[in-house]
Design a protein around this ligand. Structure first.
Ligand code: NAD
Ligand code: ZN
Length: 344
């Protein structure tokens, strides 16, 4: 079968031919219907050899959807032909976090070498994909896999980040979204659907700001040295009640901290390496800084329900598997509007 793999450190991913996986006891084989392209893949492929821990060759793709092709021995409650989305942050399934569906925070995954698809295990950018356990699959029903596959990360991650800040986002409050790409443009819609907050979106790219406005941002402003002042002006000098940074580089983390009102949440989702400099007096009183990772299985079900009701819609650009490397080139150039999705 065809797969898009990261083969060599520092080189672009390649389309290769590899054996179709063989389903083992307890596993599920999917025929992939769609696979999303995330900025985290680019982060992984930018790592120097000494920091790279994902194994080579690596079949990319941690956002996946498919049709059940074959069931391993002992798998129940699923049928061949079922349409499913893949819950990506695989854990041990036994610890207290996993018991709550929060496999993203599994306490045993690292020690047991359990790795998410596309981030250590073979991912979704292939014709077929092996799922280690049926609990990692969530029913997609009649949702279009191509339009909704990215909800498994670009929806789930902002949903998890935003849900925990909802108590701070009542009527009359303000939320700031920094970076209105794949995650950010979904995040804006989630804040509008779930809270009473006014949304101020920040990006460095005019097209992304136009997308932010189209998906519901009340204000779209350039992410530069004047952004904090602009946010203060829009909030009567107080600042924002929650700031979600979907970039995470030093300038955006600094903006997030400086734009936070007293008792605000500053949530750093982007993995750009920026450091939150927090000291008494250097940040609003009682501001909480959070660094969430992905989301729970229950939250994925909730995000898909929002999509079913039309409350969240991913802007997608479709690529074939053969054109997969071009999707990563476009992402690198900042030219993807919304999310790139690969259809094998
Ligand atoms: P993306 O490339 O689709 O979007 C990034 C957006 O940020 C683009 O619109 C870009 O124009 C904008 N941007 C770049 N520099 C900026 C700046 N200085 N100020 C404002 N905007 C700026 O990326 P994505 O796939 O949405 O991922 C966003 C980030 O989240 C990445 O760092 C990714 O690795 C990370 N991520 C984290 C998690 C997690 O669980 N914490 C999960 C998925 C992705
Ligand atoms: Zn666990």
């Amino acid at each position: 079968m065809k797969a898009l793999q990261y083969v060599e450190i520092g080189q672009p991913p390649r389309v290769v031919d590899i054996p179709k996986p063989v389903v083992g006891p307890g596993q599920v084989l999917l025929k992939v219907t769609a696979a999303g392209v995330c900025h985290s893949d680019e982060f992984v492929m930018s790592l120097p050899e000494e920091q790279y821990t994902y194994g080579l060759p690596l079949t990319l793709g941690h956002e996946g959807a498919g049709i059940v092709e074959e069931l391993g021995e002992g798998v129940e409650h699923l049928s061949v032909g079922d349409a499913v989305a893949v819950y990506g942050p695989w854990g041990c399934g036994r610890c207290h976090m996993c018991a709550q569906g929060k496999e993203n925070y599994c306490v045993n995954a690292a020690a047991e070498g359990i790795k998410p698809p596309g981030l250590g295990s073979p991912g979704s950018m292939a014709e077929y994909m092996l799922i280690d356990d049926p609990r990692h699959l969530v029913p997609l029903g009649d949702l279009d896999p191509v339009k909704n596959v990215s909800l498994t990360d670009a929806g789930l991650t902002p949903y998890h980040a935003i849900k925990n800040s909802l108590p701070k986002l009542g009527a009359g409050t303000t939320a700031v979204v920094i970076g209105t790409g794949g995650l950010g443009h979904v995040g804006i819609q989630l804040i509008k659907a779930l809270s009473g907050a006014v949304v101020i979106a920040l990006d460095v790219n005019d097209e992304k700001l136009a997308l932010a406005t189209r998906v519901g941002a009340d204000h779209a402003i350039l992410s530069d040295a004047n952004a904090v002042e602009a946010i203060k002006n829009l909030t009567g000098g107080l600042g924002a009640d929650a700031v979600f940074d979907f970039v995470g580089v030093q300038p955006t983390v600094d903006t997030a901290i400086a734009a936070a009102a007293a008792e605000a949440d500053v949530t750093i989702v982007g993995i750009g390496g920026g450091v939150a400099k927090v000291a008494f007096g250097g940040i609003g009183y009682d501001v909480a800084v959070r660094t969430p990772y992905w989301g729970s299985r229950g939250e994925l079900i909730e995000v898909l329900d929002l999509a079913r009701r039309g409350q969240v819609e991913v802007e997608v650009e479709v690529y074939s598997l053969d054109d997969g490397p071009k999707a990563y080139e476009a992402l690198h150039a900042g030219a993807v509007r919304g999310r790139a999705v690969i259809v094998p």
